[in-house]
Design a protein around this ligand. Structure first.
Ligand code: FDA
Length: 326
């Protein structure tokens, strides 16, 4: 990555955490529709029905799916309850269609920004409803300042609800110890590199060392026969894991975000591996969009083209966000 790209990445990652900017974009009648054009590559739509429609299409094409109502850092009690109620509705809708799939969310969306107890109570409600329909819940991982709280809540519920899993960020140094503990619980572990900007004494940057750690943790989980979701778009890492035959294990799935490398997940599925697509919906896409642009600065070009409605975008381009099953 050259210096200019590095600067853009840092700027986008810090913009992602800027609550005031997020609020401005969400409330603005000018900025929201403009940036929504770019977000649509990565977000199925603003409504639950949009996500469920794409989910059906994915399932019809033999993909597994995760569904998330976007949102985080919700500091208003009523908004936390509204988010939790929407997740309950989502689980009901999935249950009504016999979709025994996954629902993902941030604990700070359903109460953690107010209190750990509120997040825990809401999580219990969701876990009970999900269990009723054989749906898995996956807790996302947020900034490192929240990791301990998130893991404590997970550990409190994990033995009672084996349908609840947890996401771990490989880039955090602490993950080496966390994984030893979490392997003792029955829930699925989703391994991701980590999307948040962290200090150098807390987390590793993208590097060969980070990839080595990723492989090491996957191997540990496979050896323990623990359910695992390998969530990455890194083709080199994926090739290495394929060579090591990690994807042939029945407890392993490969998970990618909607709109990112649909060509790659399509190839992996064609080889018979268990592949899952992570689908998001809702109006709170600001942070999610910032992360997707920061991870791959070339996406900024696509965002500009989307915003000015450049019609000649080649939809067969594998980077284009419309899921292409052909
Ligand atoms: P990396 O960022 O090293 O990129 C490797 C290659 O992958 C790139 O060179 C490019 O080819 C491709 N690529 C990656 N991102 C791309 C993009 N946006 N557009 C186009 N190509 C791209 N993070 C977190 O902190 N907490 C969480 O809970 C989650 N949850 C989560 C769930 C799922 C299912 C996934 C796939 C990812 C997450 N993440 C996450 C995000 C994760 O931490 C990470 O930021 C992204 O997956 C990008 O990292 P990669 O592993 O893809 O590799």
């Amino acid at each position: 990555m050259n210096k200019a790209e590095e600067l853009v990445v840092q700027a986008l990652k810090s913009a992602a955490r800027d609550e005031r900017m997020k609020h401005t974009v969400q409330q603005s009648t000018e900025l929201y529709p403009l940036l929504w054009k770019a977000a649509k590559r990565y977000v199925t739509g603003e409504k639950r029905q949009d996500a469920l429609r794409v989910a059906m299409e994915c399932i019809g094409n033999d993909y597994q799916i995760s569904l998330e109502l976007l949102g985080e850092n919700t500091a208003d009690l009523l908004e936390c309850q509204k988010a939790k109620d929407e997740f309950l509705q989502l689980i009901e809708s999935m249950g009504a269609s016999s979709m025994k799939q996954t629902v993902s969310f941030d604990l700070s969306h359903i109460g953690l920004s107010i209190s750990a107890e509120l997040a825990y109570q809401h999580l219990i409600e969701l876990a009970q409803k999900a269990q009723q329909y054989e749906i898995t819940l996956m807790i996302s991982m947020e900034e490192s300042s929240k990791t301990s709280d998130i893991l404590d809540i997970y550990k409190k519920i994990a033995n009672q609800y084996s349908n609840v899993g947890i996401t771990l960020q490989v880039h955090l140094y602490r993950t080496e110890e966390d994984i030893q503990q979490l392997i003792q619980y029955p829930g699925k572990i989703r391994l991701v590199k980590g999307a948040f900007q962290e200090l150098a004494d807390v987390a590793l940057k993208r590097s060969d060392e980070l990839n080595e750690r990723f492989l090491y943790y996957v191997e540990q989980l496979i050896n323990a026969n623990h359910p695992i979701s390998i969530a990455t778009h890194d083709e080199v890492l994926i090739q290495e894991m394929e060579q090591r035959q990690y994807f042939n294990q029945s407890n392993v799935e490969i998970e990618m975000l909607y709109g990112i490398r649909p060509d790659l997940i399509h190839q992996l599925k064609a080889k018979g591996y268990c592949c899952k697509v992570y689908l998001t919906y809702g109006r709170e896409w600001y942070l999610y969009l910032c992360h997707r642009l920061a991870e791959y600065p070339e996406n900024l070009f696509l965002a500009v083209a989307d915003i000015i409605n450049f019609k000649q975008v080649n939809t067969s381009n594998p980077l284009y966000g419309e899921y292409n099953f052909s």
